[in-house]
Design a protein around this ligand. Structure first.
Ligand SMILES: Nc1ncnc2c1ncn2[C@@H]1O[C@H](COP(=O)(O)OP(=O)(O)OP(=O)(O)O)[C@@H](O)[C@H]1O
Ligand SMILES: [Mg+2]
Length: 362
């Protein structure tokens, strides 16, 4: 496996060779001709690890598998292949063990847990959705929306729960709290709703929060304050986050590390600043050169790397390097071409903490 991605003391999550394939429905002709079933290879061999209190961004174009990766980590879609090692808190770990979960070095494998155990683990894995308008139940008050996870996981009596709800509303700055407790989602603005969704995600003090494009549906003017809030909560609770975005400017602002995905795989991963300022993979270079750059000098420097064509379908992933048909470097470097055609490049650590999957760097 990749070196440097080993389980260390403060690792909370380690995803190893994750695959999520969705079977396509077969047409009558395919059935008659006994053709093999085909799959949408949404996630096709993803590995990364996450440390306590760290934000890792998954970036990449629409359809590259970001959301599916996030859902697999939460146990909301089943891994076709691979492992998702998660380190629960000591209390939850003990509970899981009592219930028969297999724990190794403090980690449970989410990809192999039963539904029942998975429900227990979800208490420490939370998701913030993109759409604050559909993620909150419109029939419930804000108070109940925040209290529900506590009730489900049998935490505290009514009085304790109200205290926790109040504290959380203060933390996301929906104050004075009395003005919000008995209100319904439709009475709030988009930004306020997303604050409620964030409060709901953090109220159980999760170890990992997956935030899937949490600001992309919000008004541009309030995006920064929601990002600030996420950063603040992450610091306060030392939560690890997987932050999904297609916006590299947002990624640079909020993340410690960036993983760039292309057609179901990570093609480059490293410290956020490094990945954006010195991108290595031809795909990352193309993405970075598309960030609006006010400084003309930088613009000239970055506009060097174009990208060809459209993203191929995740059903027919190109053989060899999956980026090859769109790769400018492939055209320019005749010496590596045979390898690009023959084999998908593995992720290698080219500098400490910097990984890239490209034959140019092998
Ligand atoms: N339940 C499903 N059944 C079949 N195919 C799916 C399913 N969910 C996702 N896919 C497909 O898997 C691929 C990856 O989808 P995913 O939603 O993970 O991408 P994404 O990177 O989150 O894209 P976006 O930026 O548009 O949100 C896409 O081709 C998508 O159509
Ligand atoms: Mg998505």
């Amino acid at each position: 496996m990749n070196s440097g991605m080993a389980l260390t003391g403060d690792t909370v999550l380690r995803v190893e060779n994750l695959h999520v394939w969705f079977p396509l429905r077969r047409s009558l002709t395919e059935i008659i001709k006994r053709m093999e079933r085909r799959y949408v290879r949404a996630v096709d061999g993803v590995s990364f690890s996450l440390r306590e209190g760290e934000i890792l961004c998954l970036v990449g174009e629409s359809g590259c598998g970001k959301t599916t990766t996030g859902k697999a980590v939460m146990g909301l879609v089943k891994a076709t292949k691979g492992n998702i090692y998660f380190k629960p808190s000591p209390e939850l770990g003990k509970l899981l063990e009592e219930q028969g979960a297999r724990i190794e070095d403090g980690f449970v494998n989410i990809a192999k847990l039963s539904k029942r155990l998975l429900r227990m683990v979800r208490r420490e894995l939370q998701l913030v959705y993109q759409d604050p308008y559909s993620s909150l139940n419109p029939r419930f008050t804000i108070r109940y929306i925040l209290e529900e996870p506590l009730i489900i996981h049998r935490i505290g009596d009514e009085e304790t729960r109200l205290k926790m709800v109040t504290k959380m509303l203060e933390a996301v700055r929906l104050t004075p709290v009395e003005d919000f407790l008995e209100r319904y989602p439709h009475e709030l603005s988009g930004g306020q709703r997303q604050r409620v969704a964030i409060a709901k995600a953090f109220i159980l003090n999760p170890r990992v929060v997956v935030a899937d494009e949490p600001v992309s549906m919000l008004d541009v003017s309030i995006r920064a304050e929601i990002l600030e809030l996420l950063l603040e909560l992450k610091k306060r609770y030392n939560t690890a986050m997987i932050f999904i975005t297609h916006d590299l400017a947002v990624a640079r602002y909020i993340c410690d590390r960036i993983a760039v995905m292309y057609l179901g795989k990570i093609v480059e991963m490293g410290p956020a600043i490094k990945v954006i300022e010195e991108p290595l993979h031809p795909y990352t270079r193309a993405l970075v050169s598309a960030i609006p750059e006010p400084n003309p000098e930088n613009r000239k420097r970055l506009r060097e790397v174009p990208i060809k064509g459209e993203v191929p379908s995740a059903v027919n992933i190109p053989t060899g390097c999956r980026f090859r048909p769109r790769c400018v470097a492939y055209d320019e470097h005749a010496s590596v071409r045979p390898r690009c055609e023959a084999e998908d490049p593995p992720m290698v650590e080219v500098e400490p903490e910097r990984y890239v999957a490209c034959w140019l760097y092998k």
